[in-house]
Design a protein around this ligand. Structure first.
Ligand code: CA
Length: 363
């Protein structure tokens, strides 16, 4: 009866042109003060850089919107607050509450960090997401970062990257002798093993380094990001596929004390926004890479080349040696790598009769 009466009253008010106040307002506590949190997020990318740099921007937008302004995140590009390669320390020390970067930049902190980004001849994006989110990979990542007071979250995936930009054709392993190439992480170790010289440089320095001859070659990400840096103006040969980074996972780093200072709902918002951005980046690269590749080849005369089989076989052999050495020197590296490889073997077995089998018949 009460409901009917209310309903009649509402109808009458509406007919009279009076809008009843929204029900929520009457029940909300009277002007209860709510604590707000202002976080700084430092990144290893130029501010608003396409792809990589958009993940932290979109994360900040989502968190600001979902929290109704209770948690606001301000994004800083590389060098704005701290340099690209000091993101980890800045978050660990609390200079910034958050960071967005790639875990393999921190191999000097702990060798195992490299496995959470991408490893040569390792898993692709779909498989990395499976391992991290359902396969136990994330628990290991948290274990590796815990001594530094940092909590990692997934922060995007580029998919299979490109093999890089070269001033000359690479026809045999001899062509890599003495070649100075920007190649981070374990890929660099593998290059070194076959006679090349790996160099670590942040993205914003790549074009100048390549153009001035400070380096002979570089990889970066894939067509969409490489076009944005104009790397085609400094080198002509563009090799595929990126054997060294088959499914690069980006990361959000969170200062543990800052995270623990948040109420549970804001913690959930941070984690959910990171997951959303993780998928969003892969979807954007999937869409934009092919258009960028067409522009590179058709408008800028880029020469697309597949790695010769001889070179890939030598790199794969060198990779096995590098990984055997890496796991022998660091117990955590061994633990994470063995876990990763066991997952890759299982998922690889299934993907050989699903993804790979399907790709082979749809052409
Ligand atoms: Ca790369």
């Amino acid at each position: 009866m009460k409901r009917i009466a209310c309903s009649l009253l509402l109808t009458t008010l509406t007919l009279m042109g009076c809008q009843p106040a929204p029900q929520g307002d009457a029940q909300a506590p009277a002007a209860e003060p709510q604590q707000t949190h202002q976080w700084k997020l430092v990144t290893s990318w130029p501010k608003n850089f396409p792809g990589l740099g958009m993940a932290p921007e979109r994360f900040a937008e989502k968190v600001n919107a979902m929290s109704g302004g209770r948690l606001t995140v301000t994004v800083y590009g590389a060098g704005d607050l701290v340099p690209a390669f000091e993101v980890f320390d800045a978050v660990s020390q609390g200079t910034a509450e958050m960071g967005h970067s790639a875990a393999y930049y921190w191999k000097g902190k702990a060798p195992a960090t490299q496995i959470f980004t991408s490893i040569p001849f390792g898993m692709n994006a779909q498989e990395m997401n499976g391992w991290l989110n359902y396969g136990g990979g994330m628990a290991l990542w948290r274990e590796v970062y815990a001594p530094f007071g940092i909590i990692p979250l997934v922060g995007g995936n580029t998919g299979v990257q490109m093999g890089g930009w070269f001033n000359k054709e690479i026809n045999s392993i001899d062509d890599l002798q003495g070649l100075k190439m920007r190649l981070p992480g374990l890929g660099g170790e593998v290059l070194s093993r076959v006679g090349g010289v790996p160099v670590a440089l942040p993205g914003r320095e790549l074009f100048t380094a390549l153009q001035t001859g400070a380096i002979d070659a570089t990889e970066w990400v894939g067509p969409y990001n490489d076009l944005a840096f104009g790397l085609y103006k400094a080198a002509k040969f563009y090799y595929y596929p990126g054997w060294h980074e088959p499914g690069t996972t980006l990361e959000f780093l969170i200062n543990q004390a800052a995270y623990e200072s948040l109420p549970a709902d804001l913690q959930a918002i941070v984690e959910t926004a990171a997951q959303a951005v993780n998928q969003d980046m892969l979807d954007e690269y999937t869409t934009r890479n092919i258009a960028a590749l067409d522009t590179l080849v058709n408008e800028h005369g880029v020469e697309l080349r597949q790695w010769p089989e001889e070179v890939i076989l030598a790199l794969r052999e060198a990779n096995a040696e590098v990984m055997a050495e890496q796991v022998a020197t660091d117990p955590m590296m061994k633990k994470v790598y063995e876990h990763y490889r066991a997952y890759q073997a299982g998922v690889g077995r299934y993907h050989s009769i699903s993804e790979e089998a399907y790709n082979a018949i749809r052409r």
